[in-house]
Design a protein around this ligand. Sequence first.
Ligand SMILES: [Zn+2]
Length: 265
Amino acid sequence: MSGRLRHYVCGSTSHDLAAMFRGGAHEVRQFPSGVFLYDGAGGQRVLFDTGYAAGEWNTGWRGAVYRCLLPPKIASTDDIARQLREDGVDPVSVTHVVLSHLHPDHVGGVAHFPGATFVLTSGLQRSLHAPRLRAGILTGLFPPWFGDAATLVLDEEAFLATEVAGVPIRAADLLGDGSYLILDLPGHADGHVGAVIEGRVLIAGDAGWGRDLLGAADDLRALPRAVQHDYAEYTRTAVRLQEIAAAGVHIVCSHDPLVEKELLS
Ligand SMILES: [Zn+2]
């Protein structure tokens, strides 16, 4: 396999680690919102998440509460479609958009990809159709056509028992050639997923605030703990990811500040 995996930053937020983790040092860290584009050897273009929405949010009071709790920093240059074009990638050429989950910093650019097939889990669909406040979904960020978009819904049966670097995990083979496995990484949101690309890079979504923070999942303070869909699952997923990292797989979380843009070279 010889695909290409590129990383883009589409906005960011910042928090004091001491306010998020018990025993955390006072360090205000920037958490960029990562988007990952995979160009497969077979011509498929798979985008993992879409970052923050640049421009107006028509999200009412829920959006105002969200922006107050997790203040985003978004410039017009952070827009994913704009960054793809600047990189010589026509957004129309994106064949699949995988959504790790439906939080605002992951779905803001969905409107740019009306022709793509959206890859969702049944858990994500569930929370989209009946969003509870705690689920943190702002339906106003989705374009009006989203309900009619081409979707590939991965239900429970789509995920098969497999191993990544010898660690048991459930995965769905998106492209049918093993190059792009969608991973069941439960806990953060109902139906939350990651992906492992060519067996070499594992995109962990929001399974951790950062790859260096996976070991601190047990130390999350009450509020960041309360917003997890299933905190016990979240901590179990963090343990499994640390085992996979220890076996040599490169793990990147959605909010990791990455130096490199090309992740497979
Ligand atoms: Zn999230």
